[in-house]
Design a protein around this ligand. Structure first.
Ligand code: ATP
Length: 442
């Protein structure tokens, strides 16, 4: 993880937020390469979930919502962790932290950080939602929350979307957006942060068909993660036990990825059968009917929801962990670092280099880069030895490197080097766009 964090900073994938001020706890900024990678990941999700299907509609609902939404959803009452504070070292712990000895709030309890006895407070409930105020007056009537999940925006818009698109059940609502959670134990780089993004899809189904759809979405979502290039043996399902299940949930599976090290297998996506909990709650709290009328069967019902909720930040970390490798190169003393991202997700698709800075090679290379740039992101580089330039692209995951050399002016060809096999092929300049274009669509 340390190597990844340093690569991400050095090459412009991820920076610590407000770094020059010492950083903000567990908040990260995405640099020029990181934002491309994240966007490629989000576009891929949007294509698979919205554009390529006729039974899912897209939505972009606001981060700020009516405060009653969070009462109905259970977040005001239930999205809480019991915490204890140490009055000596001011550190805060979850009350169930196994490192705490004794019962917090009693003289015998010992702080796991500073070791003092009797300084831990009794557990207090701590809500994970960020609170702020709407308008100029900071009182309880003006309290508003930063949304801790995007899903509620889809539930409260269920009828708006259904009626405006004339969708029939079963159908889904998908959205990508920011979510905020005042996590007690954030960390592991971008794995658990206080500001993050979610790609969530809520699929509304007729009660009784929910488990069939649940199984369908489980399989679909696992296939999607495999399609990203995540190694199949690093992916697994984890079924929620009775203790882990939310009280309203009828079934839940996590897609887990093996992050290695002390993290091991961890959730990157949750697939939940939420029954009619969400729409029933909003119907009750808003007083507005959220039923669906099925004209074909003359039935009226509150649909059940099957949710597939994935975090692009956490999945991006999985891609980095999955792709990072250091290897020796035959015939060379210096090894190389490679980010084995799939060509479809790589932030830059091709490096374009003149072999030397003379004999018209830079001009030809510039011309090639300019011709390719409207079709996919390319990077022109003429500084340093060619081997160095290859290495720089390898460690950011660029799948192809195009080199203009002495033969190029004679026969209008260049070499194209493959990041993984290191094989070089001579390709006609006129064919470059198709040659690379075909390989980056997966
Ligand atoms: P966890 O158990 O890890 O806290 P969760 O079960 O609360 O996650 P969900 O509410 O199901 O997570 O959210 C769906 C997805 O959003 C998660 O699978 C994860 O990829 C992402 N996610 C949730 N919380 C965070 C966070 N604090 N930082 C980054 N991503 C997150």
């Amino acid at each position: 993880m340390d190597k990844l964090v340093s690569l991400c900073k050095r090459r412009g994938f991820v920076f610590q937020s407000s770094e020059i001020y010492g950083g903000t706890g567990s908040v990260w900024d995405y640099g020029p390469l990181g934002v491309e990678l994240k966007r490629n990941l989000q576009d891929r999700w949007w294509r698979a979930m919205v554009r390529q299907r006729d039974d899912i509609e897209g939505l972009d609902s606001a981060i700020l919502m009516h405060p009653r939404v969070w009462e109905a959803s259970g977040h005001v009452g239930g999205f809480v962790d019991p915490l204890v504070d140490c009055s000596n070292c001011k550190k805060r712990f979850r009350a169930d932290d196994p490192k705490i000895k004794g019962v917090p709030g009693t003289p015998d309890a010992q702080c796991p950080a500073c070791g003092m006895k009797g300084t831990l407070s009794a557990p207090r409930l701590f809500n994970l939602m960020f609170k702020t105020f709407m308008g100029p007056v900071e009182d309880s009537a003006a309290t508003i929350y930063l949304r801790p999940e995007t899903a509620q925006g889809s539930y409260v818009n269920f009828l708006n979307v259904q009626q405006s698109t004339r969708q029939k059940i079963p159908f889904g609502i998908a959205q990508i957006g920011k979510a905020f959670r005042n996590e007690i134990t954030p960390g592991n780089f971008i794995f658990r942060t206080r500001e993050f993004e979610q790609m969530e899809m809520q699929f509304f189904v007729e009660p009784g068909t929910d488990m069939t759809w649940f199984e369908y979405w489980k399989e679909e979502r696992m296939k999607w993660h495999q399609g990203l290039g995540l190694a199949p043996d690093r992916l697994q399902f984890h079924q929620h036990t009775r203790d882990e299940l939310a009280h309203y949930a009828r079934a839940a599976f996590d897609v887990q990825f093996d992050f290695g090290g002390s993290l091991g297998f961890q959730e990157i996506e949750g697939i939940h059968n939420r029954g009619d909990f969400d729409l029933s709650q909003h119907q009750q709290f808003s007083g507005k009917k959220l039923e669906y009328f099925d004209h074909a069967t003359n039935k009226r019902y509150i649909p059940y929801v099957v949710e597939a909720a994935v975090g692009p930040n956490r999945t991006l970390l999985a891609l980095l962990v999955n792709g990072y490798r250091e290897e020796a190169v035959e015939g060379e003393t210096e090894g190389r670092t490679v980010l084995g991202l799939s060509a479809a997700l790589a932030p830059i698709k091709a490096g374009v280099f003149p072999l030397v800075k003379k004999d018209g090679m830079p001009e030809t290379a510039h011309r090639i880069a300019d011709e390719l740039r409207p079709h996919f992101p390319v990077f022109y580089d003429d500084s340093g030895a060619i081997g160095r330039r290859y290495r720089r692209q390898d460690e950011i995951g660029t799948p192809f490197c195009i080199t203009v050399d002495g033969e190029s002016s004679a026969d209008n060809t260049v070499t194209v080097r493959d990041r993984d096999s290191l094989k070089q092929e001579r390709v006609s300049v006129d064919r470059l766009r198709d040659y690379i274009g075909q390989r980056i669509v997966q």
